[in-house]
Structures are given as structure tokens and as C-alpha cells.
Design a protein around this ligand. Structure first.
Ligand code: DX5
Ligand code: ZN
Length: 230
């Protein structure tokens, strides 16, 4: 089966929040496939970021899908608000669920609210076994390669084993990796089987955003190629 192309999802967390519309345009012109939007509630993670109101404004201008990463304790409570605001991909953290049955209830509620693509995420200290029973229920797994909460952290290479374990099951959904991704860390992510790559600080701090994004895509595609022919 031919694989989907690599998708690059810039994380707006590293953008200048005083001019989000311009920043959105800048990443779209640079070739972004999705726009990654980090939602934090000050409870599941110690940081606070943005809510549905901002997502709604972004949606008015976005040409690419909004990939909304909920780092919040009560994902069910806010699912409708984010769908109505225009989130096309909506991801919750499995740590917010008691067990697999509880996580499935969240997934079912997301679907009932009209989420196009449902994702489940896990922090570096959460075992991959928490998400393996859910692969048949979701469209995307977001493997955190740093602890959720802040941009600009160092990539944790031990998280790559989770991406490999998910792919080892033969699962063909999206595997997204998020945190500390740059031209040095992306090849390992792609070789492990990730096909959606989130980058915040490395992209937004690059002197030429388009050049950086193009390079990230190229090193990712090349690393996948090596896996095929290995
Ligand atoms: C961390 C967020 C990430 C973060 C990525 O909690 O989920 O999306 O913004 O930023 P960088 O690429 O700077 O690690
Ligand atoms: Zn994120």
C-alpha cells in the first residue's frame, strides 16, 4: 500500500501571538500541511494558552486543516466548542481517561460531535500500552516527544520506541510526533514511522521559514526511504 506523504504541522505556540493572522499566512506560504494548535488549561498542564474563540478566528483565515491538540483535563466538556470553532483534527490525552473503555467514550463523543479526525495522545511517561487497544477507534496517535506544556524543550529519543511499537502492529493511521522536532531529530521520527511532524520553535526561529519547512520535509522523506530499502 502506498504511504501517505509526510505532513508538516507548524505549532502556533512559537508564533507571535500579537499577529496570528500574519503568522498563519507565513506558515501556509511556506508549505504547511496542517496548523497545529496547542490548547492548555493550566490544570492538565501548568500552562495556559488559547481557547475556541481564537481557533474560530484562525478558521476564518486558514486554508489548511486545524490540528487541535487538547492538553486539558476535561476534553469531553470542550469538544463541541472546538468542533464548532473549526477544529478538523481533535486530539485528547489518554491520561485523562480512567481506562480504555473510558477513552472510547471520549472518542465516541468526539465522533458524535462531528470531529473529522479523532486523535489520542500520550506523554513520555505514559506507556504505549495505554493507546494500543484504541488503535481501531482513532484516526491519529500523537506521540509526545517532550512533556506537554511548553515549547522549546529538548527531544526525548526514548519516545521513538512508541512510534515503532504502534507501526509494528500494522496500523496505518496517522502517527504524529510533537516536541523538540528539528532537522536533526526529524529523520529518526520518520524512520520510526511518524507521518505528521509538529514543529514550533525550530520553524519559527528559522531565518527562512520556507527553507526550514522544505528541509524538514526532505529529511523526513529521505529517512523513510532508507527504512524501505534497508
Ligand atoms: C508542547 C506542545 C508542542 C510544542 C512544540 O506542549 O504540544 O506542540 O509547541 O514546540 P517545539 O517544536 O518548540 O518543541
Ligand atoms: Zn502540541
Amino acid at each position: 500500500m502506498p504511504r501517505r506523504p509526510i505532513l508538516i504541522a507548524p505549532s502556533l505556540l512559537a508564533a507571535d501571538f500579537a499577529c496570528l493572522g500574519d503568522e498563519l499566512r507565513r506558515v501556509e506560504e511556506a508549505g504547511a500541511d496542517w496548523l497545529h494548535v496547542d490548547v492548555m488549561d493550566g490544570h492538565f498542564v501548568p500552562n495556559l494558552t488559547i481557547g475556541p474563540v481564537v481557533v474560530e478566528s484562525l478558521k476564518q483565515r486558514a486554508r489548511v486543516p486545524l490540528d487541535v491538540h487538547l492538553m486539558i483535563s476535561e476534553p469531553r466538556r470542550y469538544a463541541r466548542a472546538f468542533v464548532n470553532a473549526g477544529a478538523q483534527v481533535l486530539t485528547f490525552h489518554v491520561e485523562t481517561a480512567r481506562d480504555a473503555a473510558d477513552a472510547r467514550e471520549t472518542i465516541a463523543l468526539f465522533r458524535a460531535e462531528g470531529v473529522q479526525r479523532v486523535g489520542v495522545s500520550l506523554n513520555p511517561d505514559c506507556p504505549v500500552e495505554r493507546v494500543l487497544p484504541l488503535l481501531g477507534d482513532v484516526d491519529l496517535v500523537l506521540v509526545m516527544s517532550v512533556f506537554a506544556g511548553f515549547g522549546g524543550q529538548r527531544f526525548l529519543p526514548e519516545t521513538l520506541a512508541k512510534t515503532r511499537a504502534i507501526r509494528a502492529t500494522g496500523w496505518t493511521g496517522y502517527v504524529e510526533m510533537d516536541g523538540g522536532l528539528n532537522a536533526e531529530t526529524i529523520p529518526a521520527c520518520a524512520a520510526a514511522g511518524a507521518d505528521v511532524l509538529v514543529s514550533g520553535s525550530a520553524l519559527f526561529s528559522a531565518p527562512d521559514l520556507r527553507e526550514a519547512l522544505t528541509r524538514f520535509r526532505a529529511v523526513a522523506e529521505a529517512a523513510r526511504g532508507e527504512t524501505i530499502h534497508a
